[in-house]
Design a protein around this ligand. Structure first.
Ligand code: ZN
Length: 95
């Protein structure tokens, strides 16, 4: 699977926050928050000190986490890469 292949590449800091975000999603499901539509996630800009919280629609994150090379960052935290989507709450960048 594409996402699996991506995870096997050595893990930069963004991958750590992706893991955290996936756990947030899993925990929400575990506690019966299946119907939750907005997730409180953490910026994946790669700055180890950045803990900016982002409110992201559940559907957006579900789509994003299954696409290799996509990262969710706060506005103004864009790294080198292509901006795929920009809202007033967060930016989606592609490697
Ligand atoms: Zn950030």
């Amino acid at each position: 699977m594409e996402s699996r292949q991506y995870e096997e590449v050595h893990a930069p800091p963004t991958e750590f926050f992706r893991e955290v975000n996936n756990r947030i999603l899993e925990l929400g499901q575990m506690f019966g928050l299946r119907d939750v539509t907005t997730l409180e996630l953490i910026c994946e800009c790669g700055d180890g000190k950045c803990t900016t919280r982002l409110s992201v629609p559940r559907a957006t994150y579900d789509q994003l986490r299954t696409t290799a090379g996509r990262h969710l960052v706060a506005c103004g935290h864009e790294r080198a890469g292509t901006v795929v989507a920009r809202t007033n709450g967060y930016v989606v960048v592609a490697d």
